[in-house]
Design a protein around this ligand. Structure first.
Ligand SMILES: NC(=O)CCC(=O)C(=O)O
Length: 293
């Protein structure tokens, strides 16, 4: 049997309730991550913009400097908090995302930091597709008013488990990145995200299941809890889809932690039963295959 996930993994997604106080948010994230680790999670995920409110007016105020790496604690308290939390939890930690200011260009990014169980930084992802939408009478949002897009796709190796693909929220609408990660061997595609109460009911679960069925990989979507006092109403509904595209765990809109037990057989069985990964006709779509390793 082919191996994609080297050993069973308990995944935890923290649907965190954050407010305006970054220090409080970091300390609250620590307590929820430690709770998940105590429950046996080996990989723990936080939501998009987990330590600030979500909105273009908040990005500059909450932005931290990550480069050159490692930053000082003054440049990035979140970097240091996440590193320490991962080590204390003895678990892999995907630190949702934070607004980043790149000092040399003065550009802002929406950036995810990933730490190993020793607290070492093992990967970063800058959101590559910015959330610019306009649905009249419902929602208008333009991340590109403030943010710049990242310029790389991200696959990270967790040595004991295998590879994961990482992208942020709106990135999920573009299936090419997920497909490239899966073709590079990712057993799991992770999206810290903050859909809203308009597009969430329409597309959140559908997109999670779509990326799972396309790639026959586990998919994890991790949202903030909904806060009706905030300007932006996150959808919540943090979820995990399995490689057959069943939703195996899903939150409602309040703060909670959801768990899923990931295993290699679930990936190997669907990939051998419906072997789309070996049946692709890249001769017919070379523009898609150009990004493959
Ligand atoms: N934070 C985001 O990228 C939101 C994406 C979203 O809501 C969507 O519909 O896509």
């Amino acid at each position: 049997m082919a191996t994609f996930l080297k050993k069973p993994l308990k995944l935890a997604l923290v649907q965190l309730a954050s407010g305006v106080d970054k220090t409080v948010n970091l300390s609250h994230a620590r307590s929820k991550v430690l709770e998940a680790a105590k429950a046996g999670a080996g990989l723990i995920v936080l939501p998009e913009c987990f330590n600030s409110p979500y909105g273009t007016n908040f990005f500059p105020k909450y932005a931290e400097t990550l480069l050159p790496s490692p930053p000082t604690i003054e440049q990035s308290p979140s970097f240091h908090a996440l590193s320490a939390i991962a080590a204390e939890a003895n678990a892999y930690l995907i630190g949702g995302s934070i607004p980043e200011l790149e000092p040399s260009t003065q550009k802002y990014y929406n950036t995810s930091l990933v730490f190993s169980p020793t607290g070492a930084l093992i990967g970063t992802h800058r959101k590559t597709h910015l959330f610019d939408i306009d649905i009249p009478g419902k929602i208008q949002f333009k991340e590109s008013d403030v943010l710049s897009p990242g310029n790389k796709l991200t696959v990270i190796d967790l040595p004991e488990y295998g590879k994961i693909g990482l992208a942020i929220c709106y990135d999920i609408r573009f299936p090419e990145g997920a497909m490239i990660a899966a073709r590079q061997g990712a057993f799991l595609l992770v999206y810290p995200g903050a859909f809203n109460t308009t597009t969430g009911p329409l597309h959140w679960a559908l997109l999670g299941r779509a990326r799972a069925v396309d790639n026959q990989s586990y998919v994890a979507l991790c949202s903030p809890a909904r806060d009706l006092d905030a300007a932006y109403h996150a959808y919540g509904h943090t979820l995990v889809a399995d490689p057959s595209a069943n939703i195996v765990s899903e939150a409602e809109d309040k703060e909670t932690i959801i768990y899923a037990d990931l295993d290699n057989d679930s990936i190997a069985n669907i990939r051998s039963g419906i072997p789309i990964s070996t049946q692709r006709r890249f001769d017919l779509y070379p523009d898609v295959s150009a990004g493959q390793k």
